[in-house]
Design a protein. Structure first.
Length: 221
């Protein structure tokens, strides 16, 4: 699966964001004036949230050719979602989409089922195909040592044999971010030029988009 797509909850990408998108994490805040005339900032979240600015290219030879050769579909997607309905985005930069050896829990020689929601700073919307599960540092094998149940918003790992007492359980994986549009679509340009282009005209076009994470970090916490 491409590492630069944004999509709904379906199995395949709806649109592919061009490589080179600007991805940043920061704690969002708003500015308020005080009685003495000095502005002060108030944080709107306790964790950094991802914002993305980039373009989507359409045309016969573009990554989106399998979806559309015009940008009308992206406009319809934007209209349907507005700036409040969320969808999933897979970050281009590894630091914004990968977790390495996150804590799933600790064995007690009895429990076999461990929920992601009970782990430490684990995420929803993971790509199960990238999941690796370790018991005391030893990589376990799917279906042989453990099975998965639930879905990507409430994933459970069930071990065939209970992990030993006090053994650390860790997971590595890639995940999607729940995002929404952060503004209107940008102007539509023919690729490589600065001239305005109509949505329905044939040929290659480039559309500017801005995405904003809906919840800081996408974690259960």
């Amino acid at each position: 699966m491409s590492t630069n797509n944004f999509r709904t909850t379906g199995a395949s990408a709806d649109f592919l964001l061009d490589l080179g998108a600007r991805e940043e994490e920061a704690i969002p805040h708003e500015t308020h004036p005080s009685e003495n005339g000095i502005n002060y900032a108030r944080d709107l979240a306790s964790l950094p949230m991802l914002t993305v600015s980039g373009t989507v290219t359409f045309g016969p030879d573009s990554p989106n050719a399998a979806n559309l050769n015009t940008a009308t579909g992206l406009r319809a997607f934007w209209i349907a979602r507005g700036m409040s309905d969320t969808f999933l985005y897979r970050a281009q930069h590894a630091e914004f989409r990968e977790v390495y050896l996150g804590s799933l829990g600790t064995g007690d020689a009895s429990a076999t089922v461990f929920a992601f929601s009970d782990g430490t700073d684990l995420h929803k919307y993971i790509d199960a195909a990238t999941l690796q599960v370790y018991v005391d540092g030893t990589l376990k094998v799917l279906t042989t040592d453990y099975t998965l149940s639930g879905n990507n918003t409430d994933l459970n790992v069930t071990f065939g044999a209970a992990p030993g007492n006090l053994l650390p359980l860790t997971v590595s994986y890639e995940y999607y971010r729940s995002v929404r549009f952060g503004g209107s679509l940008g102007l539509v340009f023919p690729a490589g030029t600065g001239a305005a282009h109509t949505l329905n005209a044939p040929g290659v076009k480039r559309v500017g988009v801005r995405l904003v994470e809906d919840k800081a970090g996408g974690a259960y916490a």
